[in-house]
Design a protein around this ligand. Structure first.
Ligand SMILES: NC(=O)c1ccc[n+]([C@@H]2O[C@H](COP(=O)([O-])OP(=O)(O)OC[C@H]3O[C@@H](n4cnc5c(N)ncnc54)[C@H](OP(=O)(O)O)[C@@H]3O)[C@@H](O)[C@H]2O)c1
Length: 218
């Protein structure tokens, strides 16, 4: 494997991406290097290119933070994956690190922001998932957002999730469905999803305790 790769760069805000080359990175402890098979250009990526969101002062940057591909190299002490395995995950979008961006041939992914591609799914399919989950996770569990304790936090041990009520407007969206599932995992007692009733059965199976018809005038 050569140590250089092709990548698409944001070199100047408000200008088209530039095709150029850069070195292939080595995975650090807790990371793996993957051959990128699939990535997505997300709304924040176009905002990065057009107005510098997250990348101002960090140019050149590389967009694409939903990534799936094949493990090439394991960082020190990584035992969770094996070479040749298909994994997917999210590179660092906010504290921009070009090594973990998808619009290049090889990218590094942290173990704690990735997972194996499940049987029956393709890399293309799984590359659509991560940002939906992280956005929803932030909405529920970050302190300045809804601020529920994350289920794995110390605070969670004494927090009474069962007493909590959550109303999800836009419950039929991808983020809304993930919110239902994360709320269920956390143990929130009342989970109200406002969505089309065509999705009611599905939403209840995911954990919604109530589904309110978003088309109703009542
Ligand atoms: N996806 C992300 O990672 C992400 C990140 C940041 C912000 N956001 C924002 O989060 C919102 C949801 O994004 P998404 O990607 O999860 O959406 P999505 O999956 O594309 O949502 C489509 C669904 O939204 C529901 N819907 C349509 N119009 C609605 C309305 N007026 N009120 C309530 N629900 C309506 C419909 O479901 P039903 O007919 O079944 O109700 C429709 O099938 C958007 O505002 C998006 O900009 C998303």
């Amino acid at each position: 494997m050569t140590n250089m790769q092709k990548a698409l760069f944001i070199k100047e805000i408000g200008k088209p991406l530039t095709l150029d080359t850069r070195p292939i990175s080595s995975p650090k402890e807790g990371e793996v290097l993957i051959k990128v098979n699939a990535t997505q250009v997300l709304p924040h990526d176009t905002a990065s290119r057009d107005r510098g969101l997250f990348v101002q002062g960090h140019l050149p940057a590389i967009p694409g933070h939903n990534i799936a591909g094949i493990v090439q190299e394991l960082g020190q002490n990584v035992t969770e994956y094996s070479i040749g395995q298909h994994i997917y995950g999210q590179g660092e979008a906010v504290a921009v690190i070009p090594d973990s961006s998808g619009l290049q041939e090889y990218a590094t992914l942290p173990i704690n922001m990735s997972a194996p591609v499940p049987e029956g799914f393709t890399d293309d399919q799984m590359a659509t998932l991560p940002i939906n989950a992280t956005t929803t996770f932030c909405a529920l569990f970050l302190q300045n957002w809804l601020g529920f304790p994350a289920p794995f936090s110390t605070e969670a041990k004494t927090f009474d999730y069962g007493k909590e009520k959550l109303v999800i407007v836009g419950g039929g969206t991808n983020c809304g469905k993930l919110a239902v599932q994360l709320a269920k995992i956390a143990g929130i007692g009342t989970i109200v999803s406002i969505a089309s009733l065509s999705g009611e059965q599905n939403l209840r199976a995911m954990g919604a305790t109530h589904v309110v018809d978003r088309h109703s005038d009542d």
